[in-house]
Design a protein around this ligand. Sequence first.
Ligand code: SF4
Length: 409
Amino acid sequence: MADSFWVETLGCPKNQVDSDKLTGTMLADGLVPAARPDEADVVVVNTCAFIEAARQESIETVLALSDARRPGARLVVTGCMAERYGSELAEALPEADAVSGFGVPVTLRTRDEVPSLDLLNLPRPPSAAPWAYVKVAEGCDRHCGFCAIPSFRGRQRSRTVESILDEVDALDVQEVVLVAQDLASYGRDVGAAGSIIPLVHAVAERVPRVRLLYLYPSELDDRLVDTICATGVPYFDLSLQHVAKGLLRRMRRWGDGARFLERIAAIRRREPDAAFRSSFIVGYPGETEDDHDQLLRFVEDAHLDWAGFFAFSPEEGTYAVDLDGQVPDGLVVERLAELSELQDRITAERRVALIGRRIDVLVDSTGVARSHREAPEIDGVVSVPTSWPVGSFMPATVFSAAGPDLEAA
Ligand code: SF4
C-alpha cells in the first residue's frame, strides 16, 4: 500500500499555498492523504517564523505531532522556521526526521542537508473550496525595519504570467486570491514594474472573482485602483503598518496618515462600495503617546471595514531589533486594546449599515458565504440558507449583523 501523508500548516495564506504545493508533489510521488495525523506515514509541519508567538506555536505543533504520530512515521519540518534556522532547528528538534527549506521533497528519509528551491511553480491539488490563494511571487525587495522576511525568503522572484494562469486554470475555482509579500511590485524584479495590472486583467478573464492581498500603499496608483474596481471586487488590503510619519520613516516605510486618508477617500469617491482592510504594528521602538493618538484618530477617520493590530516583535537580524525607545509591554497591551476596541466598534457599525442592502455572495460551504467585502479566512462571513449550493454565486439581501458577520437570504 502507498505511504500516506499529513500536512499541518501554520501561519499566513502564503504558507497555505506552499502546503498545497507540498501536497501536490506528494500526490505526484504516489503518496495518499491520511485521514488523521496519527495514521500518516509522513507528517509534514509547515512552520511560521514571523514573530516569537508564531515560532512558539510551530514548535509546540511539531512536538504534539511527534507524540501523536504512529510508530515508524517520519516527521518533516519545513516552512519559514526551517528556512530561517535550518541546522540550529534540526539540532533543537531531534524528534524531526528532516528539517528542510522550501521545496524540498518531503518524502526524503534522512536528516541530511538538502538544497532548497522555490515551490512557486510546482503543481497543486484541486482546491477543496470554491476559492484559492495563488502566490505570484516569492520574497521581497523592501527593507521594512521590523521585518525579517527578506532575510529568509530572499529577494523577490516573480513567476511568469503563463505559470500563474496555468495554475489558475487548473484550480478551477470561482475566486482567486492573489498573494505575495509585496503583491503590487509583481514583475519589478524582472524589469516589468506594473505588470500586476495585466496579470489581474488576465486572471479576471478566467475566474469570476479576483482579490488582491497585501498592497504596499505607494504602489496603489490610479491605474491599479481602476483595475481592481473593474474586476468587480473593490477590496483594498492596504499594508499601512502605522500613520505617524516619523515612526513610519523609522520603520523604513513610505507614507503618512494624511496621504493614506486622501487615497482611501479618493477610492471611495470612485467606488462607494469599496471595502478596506489594513494592519498596523503597535509598540514599534520610538512610538510615542502622540504617535499612538495619531493612529487612533486615523482609525476613527478612515472607518476601515477591517483592521488588525499586532504587537511589535523584535526580530533577530532586523533593523529595529537594536533601536532605542523600546515601548514597555504593558503599554503595548493597553494601546492594542484601545485600538482593537475602537476598530471592533467601527467594523460592527459598517456591518450594521449593510442591513437591507442587496449583495452578491459566493457560497463557500453549506450556509456560509462571502461578498466582495470579505476575504476568505481573514474577515467576517455571511450566513445564508443551507439550501444554497456550495460554489454558486447568489443574490442576497442582508437582514441582520452581529459583530463582523452578516445574515442574508
Ligand atoms: S514589504 Fe516590508 S513587511 Fe512586507 S515582506 Fe517586504 S519587508 Fe516585510
